[in-house]
Design a protein. Sequence first.
Length: 634
Amino acid sequence: MSIIHFAVIVVGLDEEYPYNIICGINNFAKQNNINVSYFSAFGGVVDSRKFDIGEFSIYNLTNFSRFDGAIVLTNTFADDVLRDRVTDKVKESGIPAVVFESKDYPDFYDISIDNYSVMYELVEHVIKVHKAKVFNYVSGPLANPEGLTRYNAFCDALKDNGIEFDDRRFFHGNFRSFDGTQAVEAHKASGLPMPDAFICANDSMALTVMSSLEKMNVKIPGDVIVTGFDNTFNAQNSCPTLTTVNRPLYTSGVKACEILMNLINKKPQEKSTILSASPVFTESCGCPGCMEENMAEYKKNTYHRIEAMNNHVHMLNRLTAALAEAETAELAFDVIGKMLNELDCEKFSLCLIADWEDAFNTSSLIDENATYSEYMCAPIIWDNGEISEVELFSSSDMFPYECDSGGNINYFLPLHYGEKCLGYYIITNSDFPIYSLLSHTLCLNISNSLENITKVNHINKNMEELNRIYVIDPLCNIYNRNGFFNIVDDMFKDCVANNKKVMMSFIDMDMLKFINDNYGHNEGDFAIKCLSNVIRDCCSPTDICARFGGDEFVIFSSSIKGDAAELLSRKISKGLANINSLVRRPYTISASVGSVIKELSTGDSLYKIIEHADEKMYQIKKQKKMARASEKIN
């Protein structure tokens, strides 16, 4: 029987709401030998559109045609455009799919919890039992079906009990924990009196509302009531314990897998599955709590979380410090490879766009039709301590290796710098991405290191080009005056120290002004390049030639044999004769060559020997002029 593969699309693996659903999915998958691949981003973490574009690039990677079914946690998407983009791709693939908390996609099967009834019941409890009349509401994104349903239930409960809601007391959040802190700050800034209750659309926001209020010495529930929604671990064990809503999240994860398996196996399946939820009235609204019953387990779980967090913090601190010193890709990969020994996973694959080191200006994947580069590379595939690599693989495969076993849980997480997509990494059979709040920090550390390396490479290439421009003549592509002195100065000093015989030749083009005046400067440049090519061809591998300026060239030779000066002059004359016969210009390219051969000793100067060669060249040029003048007279 072939292995079944599920794709799961989610935003925010580090929140407790998806954690419980994911646990249900993963346990079902392991028991049934199913491979599950999560594609997740940490959108909305910072107030940056470019950052979110980089995060959400991971959804451009998912090739749904390679999966047998998909689960889309649509209620974790704050951006309805992005959510529709993902669901459109699932629909196009034709595979069966399950969505959460949404009736907006009739082609899919859906699982939902009766958010409306239970939120209405919770709010009415606060009104009727605890006599609250003034409310602040901390909302989830209203583009999110759950966020909208809960807000509607809140408004209806107030209206049905004769309470008018003040819109100034509404805070638009995104289900992220720091939204609660921002909601309290916004309330302080509004100047409005403290409400009787803060009703929050989920536990993550409610818990930070409580902690922020406590920093203001506001007592809960003595001064103000706070409620949440989800009954997460932290909500159950906060102090005071949070009044909230208990939802069968683990069960819904299992149910999503069961629905997909029924569809794959052609078994009848209801289009919609509705699960019930119940309010949990406890200390934060003024009802009695039952913390004592769970204290032992709470202490045990809290200790394990703190221990794991401390280990991960130390690991990431060392990783950050080591990556900061890594100036090459090889050093960075070595650092990451060593760190993986401390990360509790079976496999880790670092997948980068094929030209990531050179792609300093890589475009983002903002376009809904954009895809990853056609090919990826995997410089690190860590498999239970063994490290290998794959030079190239197709991005449509997503994995850099064959998935030939079942029951594996894979998490695909984006690597990017701002909106610039660098690639992604895959972590297999590990709870780190869903258990640790530092999973996103790991992504950022690796991404920042890769970006720094691309910048260093870019700077080095620019420096090499600047150095080349500084020492290379752009017209002739040989050394210029600066390059000549940079190279020859040390060679000359060595020749002086060893009393070596050297030759300095100074070459000047004849009648360049005549060519420029009669045929234009482009022709003059052409003639200079032709002379430069001849000079370069006449030099031995140990000779250094340069354009000294204008139509002047120099050659420094430290290996002298026989009558080197005469030999060089003949070679240049022959080379120019060949050029003239080939290019057939209405003028003749010629040059005057003056060479000085000298056995060097202490006190000899490079500049002085160049000056002597220049003087000798002018003697030859003068003789040529006199000869031409004599020809005209005759």
